[in-house]
Design a protein around this ligand. Sequence first.
Ligand code: ADP
Length: 269
Amino acid sequence: LRERKLIVHIIPFENRRQILVTHDATESERIEHMRRDFIANASHELRTPLTVINGFLEIAQAQPNLDPQTRQSHLALMAEQGRRMQNLVEDMLSLTRLESLDYPLRPEPVRMKSLLGQVLQDAQALSSGRHTITLEAEGPDITGSVEELRSAFGNLVSNAVRYTPDGGTIEMIWRPGTDGPQFAVRDNGIGIRPEHIARLTERFYRVDKSRSRETRGTGLGLAIVKHVLLRHGAQLGIESVPERGSTFTVTFPARAVITEPATLQAKTA
Ligand code: ADP
């Protein structure tokens, strides 16, 4: 149990009696703490690629006659760091938007076969043939945000690719489920030790920072997944065995299922 911080105000009352008013400051302090952490982490994450880019720019200025091969490799490294900053800023913006009350969920019909087909294509592009990736899509269509679900499923599947060594297998499964439709991503990759599991959806929480960065991770993927699922009333389950692999399961509420043949034109992302 976390320690709670109660602020007690003593207010004088009639007949020499007093009123005690207690105010729980734990929650507001926790939020303030999280905000400060987020800014500190984000600044740190942006500073590293900026330092690399500035370093190479200085070299380019000081040595204008660098041989073409070295120049080319410096440019490639700078471009890589630029991409890293762009991914990070984009993830930070989507997280902020997902949390904002100004962007309420706009439910629309989600054609799951088509959506998952696109997620599969993106995963295959990321893997470039290094993994076997399969899709089984027997579940129903649902209502939700096509764009948000594509991003959430995409994050889960790209994690499976990024944390599974070459030659591994990734299965994407969409089933009707018993309590509501379920999307599962199963990999036979590096797995996660049990003590990390509860913290994985925290912003910038990573089991292994260097592996996450090497594979272009921003550390915000699962935080985005968590927020998208929250907006859809869906639950995330994580099962993992170190060195064996992980299964991330999303369970939607039964009410999300489209039962009537939809008359609306489906948006397919
Ligand atoms: P990142 O950009 O670092 O991948 P995420 O928020 O997507 O950030 O994931 C947080 C951390 O959870 C990762 O750094 C990694 O340590 C762990 N993780 C996520 N998915 C998997 C997976 N399929 N297998 C093993 N570890 C995973």
